[in-house]
Ligand binder design. Structure first.
Ligand code: C2E
Ligand code: CA
Ligand code: CA
Length: 605
């Protein structure tokens, strides 16, 4: 019986008891017919049986109480010689004894079975409970399942998101460096099975920085995004494209093509990339340099393949940008040599292998000595004389130029301090400053420190910065130039005409001297166009009221042309090659022992 039924059972037992007592009362007070009495007693017996069978232990207890009471009454009646319901008391008693005996017997069997019954009941209860729970849990299960499905979707979405974060470049939606690397490894690994060679192309914008600087990073991003889209449209099906950072893209060319066909394919891509693009208000056209390496022809080692393509791309940049270069073994040899040169350069200052030479500059009109440009030399025990043209770019690339540049400035100031003291020389001492050095955060402090240390007059110091310096953050460069000028230092713009800086820079920048690059001077009197170009520059510079210097003047025609076009200063082998410090002293000390050549500095703008 379930606990909820206990109250109901009590009520039923009570009702059965009442029926029993009513039957008894009928016999005692109403009925005088022994047949009816017998029937009533049968009724009481039926109640007894009902109680025992239906309610077992508690039923038996109740039935025994009722029958016991009736028995006691019967005993009393027997003793007093009374009767009940027209029935002899003794006779009636036998019925009650019968009832008690039968009831006990019944109870005995009922109890025996009760165990089984209880078990069954318990089992039933358990089954009911289990069933109930099962039905509940089925619902829960369904809910759980739904939740699971939901979280599963979240996990899948997350996984996708994580995949995107790990492998997809957010700007272009192309595979990033990591993913590209994995793809490349896989393609290379499959070569063993497929036997299909492939090529790897590195694509890098030329002067991308200028887009960022002039139009802002947003425009730069837009250009990258657009190019990613363009490249993915232009590439052949089956080729894999990746954006591995900054303005660098990579392409795995898997279509079977000859080297020449690949060159044509890339050439076409280059042409399309160069086409003008509208970025906000502005329309820009940016070229790119391409480097290609071949698997397994150049190497079957993936990292090397990447390095080779990069090397070829670097070579394309070095030879004037906007070009395609296929990797050649000599490039690698060159890299090995370059690495050795860098190694050698590291100890060059300590081994006293570096020294300075100074090239004189002369006023065109007066012919007087204007000053000297400091040029570095490296006499290496291992490589012999190494030209600055080859080691300076390497030093710039690995940052060593900062240390070397400081050494040059300090040494030059020391030498010229002595020259100033000994000869009263008040001309300019020009020192080249690499763009890397200029951008170094400690640059201005270094200059101050050197001036203090050497007691060199800053008004005599001229720093030559190249046009490439201007491709760095213009505001930072301007600020540094202003700080230098506040110290009294003169700024010269070196290699003018070779960079991409426009004439408008000349107006904005605090520049005290423009040095026209040797390449233009070389062409003087060779063709009309070059003559025109040089005279135009000279005219504009004069209009801006900036003095001009022509570099690399080697012959009289050049000098005469420059004089005619009113160039202010000349520097070149025609007038003087670079000389060592003692050469400078000789130059300042005329052979007759008289006074040093008379000089005057270029006045500031
Ligand atoms: P640059 O600053 O344009 O220096 C002028 C170069 O032209 C020097 O070459 C000089 O020797 C050479 N030159 C001058 N007149 C003539 C001429 O009439 N004919 C010919 N054929 N050449 C002439 P150099 O010394 O080999 O230097 C090459 C470059 O290396 C320099 O070009 C400069 O960019 C860099 N450099 C040299 N010394 C330093 C330095 O101390 N620091 C930095 N950052 N760069 C330096
Ligand atoms: Ca120079
Ligand atoms: Ca120059």
């Amino acid at each position: 019986m379930l606990p909820d039924d206990t109250a109901l059972a009590t009520v039923r037992i009570a009702i059965a008891g009442m029926v029993y007592l009513i039957l008894d009362a009928l016999m005692v007070f109403l009925i005088r017919n022994w047949v009816v009495t017998l029937l009533l007693i049968q009724g009481q017996l039926a109640v007894t049986v009902y109680l025992i069978l239906r309610f077992r232990r508690s039923g038996f207890l109740m039935a025994t109480c009722l029958n016991g009471l009736a028995l006691i009454r019967q005993i009393y009646l027997v003793r007093t010689g009374g009767s009940i319901g027209g029935l002899n008391a003794r006779m009636a008693m036998t019925f009650y004894i019968d009832a008690i005996l039968a009831g006990s017997l019944l109870a005995f069997y009922a109890m025996r079975n009760a165990g089984n019954y209880d078990d069954a009941l318990k089992k039933k209860e358990l089954i009911t409970k289990a069933y109930y729970q099962a039905s509940v849990s089925e619902e829960q299960l369904w809910k759980k399942n739904q939740e699971l499905e939901k979280s599963n979707k979240i996990i899948t979405d997350d996984r996708e998101q994580m995949y995107r974060l790990a492998y997809i470049d957010p700007l272009t939606q192309l595979p990033n460096r990591r993913k590209f690397q994995i793809d490349l490894d896989q393609i290379a690994a499959s070569f063993g099975v497929s036997g299909r060679p492939f090529a790897l192309a590195f694509i890098d914008f030329d002067n991308f920085k200028s887009v960022n600087d002039t139009l802002g990073h947003h425009a730069g991003d837009e250009l990258i995004r657009y190019t990613g889209f363009l490249l993915s449209k232009l590439k052949n099906t089956g080729d894999s494209l990746g954006h591995i950072g900054g303005d660098e893209f990579v392409l795995i060319i898997r279509q079977k093509m000859t080297r020449e066909e690949i060159r044509t394919y890339i050439d076409y891509i280059g042409k399309m990339v160069r086409r003008p693009v509208r970025l906000g208000e502005a329309t820009v056209s940016v070229s790119a340099s391409f480097g290609i390496s071949f698997f397994p022809e150049d190497t079957d080692h993936v990292p090397e393949l990447m390095r080779f393509a990069d090397m070829a791309m670097y070579q394309a940049k070095k030879s004037g940008k906007n070009q395609i270069r296929l990797f050649q073994k000599s490039m690698n040899d060159q890299l090995v040599r370059e690495t050795r040169i860098i190694q050698g350069l590291k100890g060059a200052i300590g081994r006293n292998e570096l020294f300075l030479v100074f090239q004189p500059q002369f006023f065109v009109e007066s012919g007087g000595l204007r000053g000297f440009e400091t040029l570095i030399r490296w006499k290496s025990a291992e490589f012999g004389m190494v030209s600055p043209g080859s080691f300076i770019p390497l030093a710039e690339r690995n940052g060593m130029i900062v240390q070397i540049g400081k050494w040059v400035m300090r040494t030059a100031c020391k030498v010229f301090k002595q020259v100033q003291v000994q000869y009263g020389f008040l001309g300019r001492l020009a020192v080249n400053v690499s763009p890397v050095q200029l951008m170094d955060p400690g640059f201005i402090d270094d200059v101050k420190q050197i001036l203090k240390e050497t007691a060199f007059d800053p008004n005599c110091l001229e720093l030559e910065i190249t046009e490439t310096s201007l491709s760095n953050s213009v505001s930072v460069v301007m600020q540094k130039m202003d700080m230098l000028r506040e110290l009294g230092i003169v700024i010269a713009l070196d290699d003018f005409g070779t960079g991409y800086s426009s004439l408008s820079f000349l107006q904005q920048m605090p520049i005290d001297l423009v040095k026209i690059d040797k390449s233009f001077i070389d062409k003087i009197n060779q063709d009309m166009k070059s003559n025109q170009f040089v005279s135009s520059i000279l005219m504009i510079v004069r209009q801006l009221n900036i003095p001009s210097l022509a570099e690399g003047v080697e012959n009289e025609w050049q000098r005469d042309f420059l004089r005619l076009k009113k160039c202010d200063i000349i520097q070149g082998f025609l007038y003087g090659r670079p000389v060592t410090a003692s050469g400078v002293l000789r130059l300042l000390q005329p052979p007759d022992g008289g006074s040093a050549q008379q000089m005057t500095g270029v006045s500031k703008k």
